[in-house]
Write a protein that binds this ligand. Structure first.
Ligand SMILES: [Zn+2]
Length: 453
């Protein structure tokens, strides 16, 4: 198939200004760019008045979770995404250890309820992606290995420091994965078990990928009142382990913290002045999405989902959880404290119950005549922890500040899906289909926020 795209304004992805050019494509490859003549195309597209650009890179995606189920990834392709950095926030489906496999499956389901549909016949991430490769897929993947998954495979959900031999084991698992093709390691330091890892542990493990050119991507330890310290920790890990750093889905949660975006940008710039190659990515929305289970304080998640849910039935445990969710301890963050119950919205639950979809926790509590916290616990128990939450906690001014900075790229934070297929029901965060169109529509065309309109 020969294709000619004519008369477009070409942005070639190098950062150069646009220029007017035709693009000739033969059998899936670009064969000529410029004033193309004498090319016999089966199909011509007149791009007059339009931009022609290479496919977008989704810098922060979770499509590895669904790559075996939705290899078509229509939600990505329809936005123009052709490459995704996957395996973010500390969580990946490998490496797998036999004695912690069940724990891995259960925690997978709190984020994306897919474990029952998967065969789990892989051990390493490269094994896993070999299966994805055999299936064929629409989008290219740049995989990261989850630090949480590595730690889980070595130490389970234990809240303690690792021994020297456990550190070595985690380091060698990481190094092997990088040698087999992973691009780096991601951490999710508000989630178990990553939240149990101290900075020194992360430095030691990250050191093992330094010589291999591995990158450190981090969902940092605090995106709320402690965000500056958490950005500092990510940069310190890069500096001490000698690896480049990406601050994942950079944000400021909680109204009382809004405005910290410019200080975060200064920290990133200072990090670069010190010689750490630090960048960040973001999605263009004031609401995020994660597992409802993640709303519990970290210590309440110890031992994994089932252990945690069992303890939630005890009154004294519930009271401790409640007081800390509403007023978190110094240095910790709480999604509920930052967003309020009216800012915690439920897009989907494991049972598929449509009566809760799209409702906030405050609305559900009022509807059912319950206290919001009790309604929250009931949902976790009823759904065995399999429920998602959309968290409305960011300010538009911070989103705009991050968006305008050249150190910040775009990542959807969403896994690829194909409509009408598979076990994932319910509603989706609009970023699933709308991330890149919203950057171009709202932030480039309407607000001129990137200075390139
Ligand atoms: Zn994350």
């Amino acid at each position: 198939m020969e294709l000619l795209i004519k008369n477009g304004r070409l942005l070639d992805g190098t950062g150069a200004d646009w220029f007017r050019a035709d693009v000739a494509i033969s059998e899936g490859k670009i064969v000529e760019v410029g004033r193309v003549s004498g090319f016999h195309a089966d199909k011509e597209i007149d791009a007059t008045g339009k931009i022609v650009s290479p496919g977008f890179i989704d810098m922060h995606s979770h499509s590895d979770m669904t790559a075996l189920l939705y290899p078509e990834a229509e939600s990505k392709v329809k936005q123009g995404v052709t490459t995704e950095v996957v395996g973010n926030c500390g969580f990946t489906l490998a490496p797998v250890a036999d004695d912690t496999l069940e724990l891995l499956k259960r925690s997978t389901d709190t984020v994306t309820p897919v474990s029952a549909a998967l065969t789990w016949d892989w051990k390493s991430l490269s094994d896993y992606f070999e299966r994805v490769g055999r299936l064929g897929h629409s989008v290219n993947y740049a995989p990261l290995v989850g630090q949480g998954t590595i730690r889980l495979s070595v130490m389970g959900f234990e809240k303690r420091e690792p021994s020297d031999s456990e550190i070595r084991k985690m380091g060698s698992l990481l190094r092997d994965e990088i040698r087999d093709g992973a691009f780096g390691m991601s951490s999710g330091l508000v989630y178990t078990p990553g939240c149990f890892s101290k900075t020194e542990e992360l430095v030691e493990v990250a050191k093992s990928m330094s010589a291999e050119g591995g990158l450190y991507f981090s969902h940092i330890r605090n995106e709320s009142s402690g965000v500056l310290g958490a950005v500092g920790e990510a940069i310190r890990i890069g500096e001490e382990a000698n690896v480049p750093v990406e601050v994942s889905h950079v944000k400021v949660m909680g109204k009382s913290n809004w405005g910290l975006s410019s200080k975060i940008i200064s920290l990133l710039e200072e990090g670069r002045q010190k010689g750490v190659e630090v960048n960040a990515d973001m999605y263009p929305y004031t609401a995020g999405e994660t597992a409802l289970w993640a709303a519990l304080p970290a210590w309440a998640q110890e031992g994994g989902v089932d252990a945690s849910l069992a303890r939630l039935k005890e009154t004294t445990f519930r009271e401790r959880v409640k007081s800390e969710m509403i007023s978190p301890r110094e240095g910790t963050q709480s999604f509920v404290a930052d967003a309020g119950w009216e800012g915690i919205q439920i897009p989907s639950v494991g049972s598929g119950d449509k009566a809760v979809q799209g409702r906030t926790m405050a609305e559900l509590a009022a509807r059912d005549g319950m206290e919001p916290f009790d309604r929250f616990v009931k949902m976790l128990l009823d759904e065995k922890g399999e429920a998602a939450m959309i968290v409305h906690s960011m300010g538009e001014a911070d989103v705009s500040t991050f968006m305008a900075n050249p150190l910040v790229s775009i990542g959807s934070d969403q896994n690829g899906v194909t409509p009408g297929r598979g076990p994932l029901g319910g509603l989706l965060h609009p970023r699933a289909y709308g991330c890149f169109p919203r950057v171009l529509g709202r932030y480039v065309r309407e607000k001129s926020n990137l200075g390139i309109a």
